[in-house]
Design a protein around this ligand. Structure first.
Ligand SMILES: *Cc1c(COP(=O)(O)O)cnc(C)c1O
Length: 341
């Protein structure tokens, strides 16, 4: 333990030596002209993995989501998503600001929404109502405690979208975590969606970058949209090289993060200030504190012992495991967390 165990987010990872070497060696070109060979390779690789036609490398997952929302819709349309969705809660009202959309927020279960719930919330064609245009899922769900969808339910939702003529978007910031849990191939899952956003800078450990996947026509429009969002980058192959390295080396390690999250849960169960913990399916542990303790104070108690966590509302805290949380870090947490009060 080098003094600090940083469990605030899986975005805090620093590029490893191997990753930095891959970045140094990257062949680059101007990606606004689509001439960066390393970016093209990353886009093609992810597209083919997920049974999609094309990809677009962007600076952030917020941008890939926001571009997808814009390309799927017209101003005044409505998007159906969970009330816990990142696209609604954590993207600075982007869907309203960038694309003039309204959101139909569903209660769901730990950030997951069901086909029957979606069907009950599709607006009639009557001109009073916003036009329901898109269903957006998040897998895994961040605010839902890293919960994963059942594949059967997603297939049902896909069937509904086809029947009702709705677009189907996946915020797959952590889709590789979900695939790891389901032991599922990216192609089997990816083929269900019209567009997919994938983050390289979360559990995969790259410093920057997300990729949007979709049909060739969709990505052509997305390329226009990316320019107007200011997301056209030039010799960004150095960043894409980190993504390629992550796909090759780090996807296989996600299961370790999941085991470590379960160990954190066990330690938290032994702490007297913790009321309830969402059972971690992946690398995210969200827990509620007992009345009388608030999240800011609890995080301060942790911080005094060199453990960083994130307040997630007034009485909830989030911990996230990732590549830079090593065995000795978890052992240190196991030693310290039960006794904190
Ligand atoms: C992190 C995250 C994103 C993208 O966030 P950026 O910080 O913009 O890359 C999108 N969706 C979910 C569920 C996330 O956790």
């Amino acid at each position: 333990m080098a003094g600090i165990v940083d469990l605030r987010s899986d975005t805090v990872t620093k590029p490893s030596k191997g990753m930095l070497e891959a970045m140094m060696k990257a062949e680059v070109g101007d990606d606004v002209f689509r001439e960066d060979p390393t970016i093209n390779m990353l886009e093609e690789k992810l597209a083919s993995m997920f049974s999609q036609e094309a990809g677009l490398f962007c600076p952030s997952g917020t941008m890939t989501n926001q571009i997808a929302l814009q390309v799927h819709t017209r101003p005044g349309d409505e998007v159906i998503c969970s009330e816990l969705a990142h696209i609604y809660l954590y993207e600075g009202a982007g869907m309203a600001k960038n694309s003039g959309l309204s959101a139909r927020l569903l209660k769901g279960n730990k950030g997951r929404i069901s086909a029957s719930e979606i069907e009950a919330n599709i607006n009639p064609p009557d001109s009073h109502f916003p036009r329901t245009r898109l269903v957006a899922l998040e897998d895994t769900s961040n605010k839902g405690g890293g919960s994963c969808y059942q594949f059967d339910e997603v297939m049902k939702i896909k069937g509904l979208c086809l029947k009702k003529g709705l677009g189907f978007h996946l915020d797959g910031a952590r889709v590789f975590n979900a695939l790891t849990v389901r032991n599922q191939s990216p192609s089997e899952y990816g083929r269900l969606f019209d567009s997919i956003s994938i983050c390289l800078s979360k559990g995969l450990g790259a410093p920057v970058g997300s990729v949007l996947l979709g049909s060739r026509d969709f990505i052509k429009e997305a390329h226009r949209s990316r320019k107007s969002f200011g997301g056209g980058m030039r010799q960004a192959g150095v960043l894409a090289a980190a993504g390629l390295y992550a796909l090759e080396h780090n996807v296989a390690l996600l299961g370790e993060d999941h085991k470590k999250a379960k160990r954190l849960k066990t330690s938290l169960e032994q702490n007297d200030l913790v009321l309830e913990i969402i059972d971690p399916e992946t690398n995210i542990v969200i827990f509620q504190l007992k009345p009388g303790m608030n999240s800011a104070d609890f995080c301060k108690l942790l911080k005094d012992r060199g453990i960083l966590a994130m307040p997630f509302g007034p009485d909830k805290v989030r911990m996230v495991t990732h590549l830079d949380i090593k065995e000795e870090d978890i052992q240190y947490c196991e030693k310290m967390i039960p006794g904190i009060r």
